[in-house]
Design a protein around this ligand. Structure first.
Ligand code: F6R
Length: 615
């Protein structure tokens, strides 16, 4: 969490950093700050609140000159979000300035030592401790900034992406990474530093992604020098050509990123299967699977690890893998898996799912699985992300940047990738007949058009949203492949509208949650024609007889649920195991409209961040 940006070059740093922070605001938005250096004096301004609050403050508070600068947008870990805890932080002498994304776990003991040596602290942050540790090393060891950063980082435990500059070195920024992402944009006589490449896309398409435990000294004239933090070994910079475009990271006429991303799903799903799925030839080709087919075919079981929405996609895949490929699957919260001494063997295949590719718990779970000899396969959206690099092989979702904090297109594209893998394995294992295999490929190819059709119910969904926007609690029910969609629908509602919502397998309702049902309780029931339809209809009757309000997500043309429900929202018909790709669409739109009607910040819900790089 937290976004960091830096610039050193010939241009004015301020507009570059400000715009960069706006693009990185999805990573955290509790507070923001900036430090600019023109070679004479450092101008620093920071504030609780969003980047626009920072902009207003800067306009009244500081000069915005200087072609070296660093900026930060924060998701608070140590210390409440307030002006003082915001980054950047000065060292005691006022010579060094730092921004930091991550957590220094042993900061308390270091702080104690530094206090004994006379250092004082104005904030409650671990970051202010780190910059004073660097200052202390620099003074005591009589070394330059880069060396001092290296020595200090060898004393800390935790995670970080940092950028530091020294008032006495106006042509240099020192950066380092462990656990949190850090990219360096390489321009003509100018360099950019950022948590991802979006802040510098219009300036350069050349980027270096630091690996864990690497640091770089970025000098205006001498360029980028990368070293290993532990053993000081020099590393050859690997400069990548970015594929990302500026158009992909703007709202493009939509009111919110979330709405844009919901509407992008037809194309995103197409992009996910493009080049992989060929229904005419009856082929699924995925390099990551083709190259490791034996591992998958010989696997005792598949263990899926993920968090949040990605975990829900994993849960859908459990049903799909078991149904199509007859491979036992376990789906684990990465945060639980990593701490409970799980039984993993070399015959297990672990699939790690992550949109951002940076989720700390998922990353740690991957490392644990690898250490126990499992083969780990990544399903990520962000190309070159830490999880993509840490896994043995993988498949990207190719959904394009997802900026709205609530995940939408990541979910449907993850399910698409996982379905392709299951189909491929089913074909290889012979667990699906030739004709069924073909049918699944053809149906999957039709999904983007059907998603488009589901999106056309938007106006009707808005009416439903208006009806239930003032509810205090909601239930979401689904069975089989659509049980995880119920969980996902509830998550979408609670995270952006702050309405309490629970997802349940429909049949579990009678084991407890049915006690909640009265005339105030909206119950969203996924009741598509296939998939235990009759059983779900019985569940609907149970709700109706207790006066609950029923909103059915049904197959086009359904009449039975329509007769029972207060509202229905139709989705096109498809194969049962592909229904989650359609039933999730109205639930996303519903949450979106309710949140807008309640005047909530849809793209940046309170307390959340897009990329959870702390455990
Ligand atoms: C919910 C949401 C989160 C993420 C979770 C995992 O809308 O976005 O629950 O799904 O933080 O993130 P990734 O997929 O980046 O690992």
């Amino acid at each position: 969490m937290c976004g960091i940006v830096g610039y050193i070059g010939k241009r004015e740093a301020y507009p570059i950093i400000l715009e960069g922070l706006k693009r990185l605001e999805y990573r955290g938005y509790d507070s923001a700050g900036i430090a600019l250096y023109d070679g004479n004096s450092i101008q620093l301004s920071k504030t609780k609140g969003k980047v626009v609050d920072l902009e207003n403050r800067v306009n009244n508070e500081i000069e915005t000159t200087g072609s070296l600068g660093i900026g930060h947008t924060r998701w608070a870990t140590h210390g409440v979000p307030n002006d003082i805890n915001s980054h950047p932080h000065y060292s005691n002498s006022g010579d060094l300035v730092i921004i930091h994304n991550g957590i220094i776990e042993n900061y308390a003991s270091i702080k104690k030592e530094l206090i004994k040596r006379g250092y004082t602290f104005s904030s409650e942050t671990d970051t202010e401790v780190l910059i004073n540790l660097i200052e202390d090393v620099k003074k005591n060891e009589q070394v330059k900034l880069g060396k001092a950063v290296q020595i200090a980082l060898n004393q800390v435990v935790g995670a970080y992406a940092i950028a530091v500059f020294d008032k006495n070195k106006p042509d240099e920024i020192v950066v380092a990474k462990l656990g949190s992402p850090l990219a360096i944009g390489v321009g003509e006589n100018e360099f950019f530093i950022a948590s991802d490449a979006t802040p510098f896309l219009e300036y350069t398409k050349k980027a270096i992604y630091l690996e864990d435990e690497e640091m770089a000294i970025v000098r205006l004239k001498k360029g980028v020098k990368i070293r290993k933090i532990k053993n000081d070994a020099l590393v050859d910079p690997y400069i990548q050509e970015l594929q990302l475009n500026l158009e992909q990271i703007v709202k493009g006429g939509y009111e919110h990123f979330m709405l844009k991303e919901i509407h992008e799903q037809p194309n995103a799903i197409k992009d996910t299967y493009r080049g992989r799925l060929n229904a005419n030839k009856g082929q699924v080709r995925m390099a990551g699977i083709d190259d490791n087919l034996e591992k998958f075919l010989n696997a005792n079981r598949i263990i899926v690890i993920a968090c949040g929405t990605s975990w829900h996609a994993g849960l859908v895949s459990e049903y799909i893998f078991e149904d199509l490929a007859r491979i036992p699957v376990e789906v684990e919260y990465a945060s639980e898996f990593r701490y409970r001494n799980p039984v993993i063997t070399e015959n297990d295949v672990v699939i790690a799912i992550s949109q951002s590719g940076e989720t700390a718990d998922t990353l740690a779970a991957i490392k644990l699985a690898k250490s126990k000899g499992a083969f780990v396969f990544g399903v990520c959206n962000v190309v070159g992300s830490s999880i993509a690099r840490e896994t043995h092989a993988g498949a990207y979702t190719h959904a394009g940047p997802e900026i709205g904090v609530a995940s939408t297109k990541a979910f449907t594209t993850q399910i698409t990738v996982l379905t392709l893998i299951a189909l491929k394995l089913a074909k290889e294992k012979g667990t699906l007949s030739h004709s069924e295999f073909h049918l699944h490929l053809q149906e999957l190819e039709l999904i983007p058009d059907k998603v488009q059709k589901a999106l056309q119910s938007d106006a009707h969904i808005k009416v439903v949203a208006e009806t239930y926007k003032d509810a205090k609690n909601c239930l979401y029910l689904g069975r089989g492949f659509n049980f995880p969609v119920a969980l996902e629908g509830a998550l979408k509602l609670k995270e952006i509208s702050y309405i309490h919502a629970e997802g349940y397998p429909a049949a579990e309702m009678k084991h407890g949650p049915i006690a909640l049902i009265d005339e105030q309780m909206p119950v969203f029931v996924i009741a598509t024609k296939k998939g235990h339809y009759d059983k779900v209809v019985s569940n609907i009757q149970e709700i109706k007889s207790r006066k609950g309000k029923i909103i059915g997500i049904v197959t086009e043309g359904d009449t039975e649920v329509k007769n029972l429900a207060d509202h229905v929202i139709e989705v096109p018909e498809t194969l049962e195991l592909l229904t989650p790709l359609l039933t999730t669409i109205p639930l996303q739109l519903l949450s979106y409209h309710i949140a807008v009607m309640l005047d909530k910040n849809v793209d940046q819900p309170r307390n959340l961040a897009k990329s959870v790089t702390v455990e």
